[in-house]
Design a protein around this ligand. Structure first.
Ligand code: FES
Length: 442
């Protein structure tokens, strides 16, 4: 591999811009990638620039880097790494890429390069005097079966002899490149043997045998299907049915629940029973019994809801807190964090100890940097109006216990030392965290 550098300044155009259809095509490529990952479009955009200009200019590299929000050096690295990008002007009518890899070399690619030297320029990457033709030696282009071969723009010309390549070059030089048939330049069909088919020559009779065989099998299957249709249907198996005696599978429980289930709601739930049971009318007796069990379970108050008291005026409830801080009864359903199983053993919460909530700030800290906080927990903290390391760093013991109880964490907030972690992150971000804990946040 040779060193690839940009063309000398004298031949570099002052500016570059996509033109015509290429403008929309470039935008289409950029839109394929997620926001913030637009740089992934660098290769297709460089290819578009090359298709438009014939080669990749310095101005094009810089313009594309600007479009993608990349440093120029990053775009330059890509353009100079991949040999598909031409960094110098190439022939305006043809740039001939001669494969020099082993199969093509063994089949005479050196002689093809001699033709290029004679007709275009002694050295590759130089145009002829008129600037219409240029050539280069490339690695395998994937048509080895028809070696030797060349590629001109996007087409391959295979099974070449020096004489045939000379004719092709002449045709392109005369502006008749489009008239040259692509692919094998012999009587070969695609990559089939040049002497004609050597296998499957009796394909047609074989196919007939197969067709007859298939027809007989189909007739047999149709006959069997007719017999099956006359057979009484077998009741479908219930083996794959999910177990539905868990409270969260009750149809009465919605997430997030549109209905506030209060301790006194048992009566209301009982009133709804006929409808629910009627729905189960077609179910088996066991299923109906199970539905009743689920309904009763759903009517039981959820413990945190029972323990929840409205925040006192001025404490932990800023303007707009109705939106910010859902009641504990709502939040577990929204976040799916507290299943009925997790609610068991959840301590009663005195909301006077609930940490103060804030309006969502423009810049929210990544609370997941705190060991013990994952995406779900972060979501719950947000629903409580906790968005910053500084808030957590300021939690008193009672507040920590409130959150710990709310999350049913059984002391994990203390064990993971959220407050110390949050203090470090609030003070100096990850660097301070590393200084304090001797490791990066996980
Ligand atoms: S070696 Fe020439 S195309 Fe593969």
């Amino acid at each position: 591999m040779t060193v690839r550098r940009l063309a000398e300044a004298a031949v570099q155009p002052a500016a570059f811009a996509f033109k015509g259809e290429k403008v929309a095509e470039a935008q289409r490529w950029i839109a394929k990638y997620p926001k913030g990952r637009e740089q992934s479009a660098i290769i297709p955009l460089l290819m578009l620039a090359q298709e438009q200009e014939g080669w990749v200019t310095k101005a094009a590299i810089e313009q594309i880097a600007d479009m993608l929000g990349m440093a120029y050096i990053r775009a330059l690295e890509v353009a100079t790494f991949y040999t598909q990008f031409q960094l110098k002007p190439v022939g305006t009518r043809a740039h001939i890429q001669v494969c020099g890899t082993t199969p093509c070399m063994l089949r005479g690619s050196e002689a093809l390069m001699d033709v290029c030297r004679d007709k275009i320029h002694h050295d590759q990457f130089h145009t002829n005097a008129a600037g219409t033709l240029s050539w280069e030696e490339v690695e395998c282009l994937g048509a080895c079966v028809n070696a030797p071969m060349v590629m001109i723009f996007k087409d391959t010309y295979e099974d070449l002899t020096p004489e045939r390549l000379a004719e092709i070059i002449d045709a392109f030089e005369a502006g008749n490149g489009a008239s040259v048939p692509t692919g094998p330049q012999t009587a070969r069909t695609f990559s089939a043997p040049i002497s004609g088919f050597t296998t499957l020559t009796d394909e047609k009779p074989l196919l007939k045998v197969n067709r007859d065989k298939e027809a007989r099998a189909e007739a047999k299957a149709a006959k069997a299907a007719g017999a099956a249709a006359a057979t009484p249907p077998v009741a479908p198996s219930k083996a794959a049915r999910p177990k539905t005696d868990a409270i969260e599978t009750s149809p009465a429980v919605k997430s997030p629940s549109p209905v506030k289930v209060a301790p006194s709601a048992e009566k209301a739930a009982s009133a709804a029973a006929p409808k629910h049971v009627a729905k189960a009318a077609n179910a088996t007796a066991a299923e109906a019994e199970q539905a009743v069990r689920q309904r009763k379970a759903a009517a039981k108050p959820v413990e945190p809801a029972a323990a929840y008291k409205a925040p006192e005026a001025g404490r932990g409830k800023p303007a707009g807190a109705d939106r910010l801080a859902a009641t504990p009864a709502d939040v577990p359903a929204e976040k799916g964090i507290a299943s009925a199983g997790r609610d068991k053993g959840r301590p009663s919460l005195d909301d006077r100890n609930r940490p103060a909530a804030i309006e969502k700030p423009a810049a929210v800290d990544d609370l997941k940097l705190i060991s013990g906080v994952g995406p779900k927990i972060e979501g719950i903290l947000h629903s409580l109006g906790i968005y910053t390391f500084a808030q957590i760093a300021g939690w008193k013991k009672a507040e920590r216990e409130w959150v710990d109880g709310y999350l049913n964490f059984k002391g994990r907030i203390e064990r993971d030392d959220w407050v110390r972690q949050a203090k470090a992150l609030a003070k100096g971000g990850v660097a301070e965290y590393v200084r304090v804990f001797g490791k990066k946040p996980v």
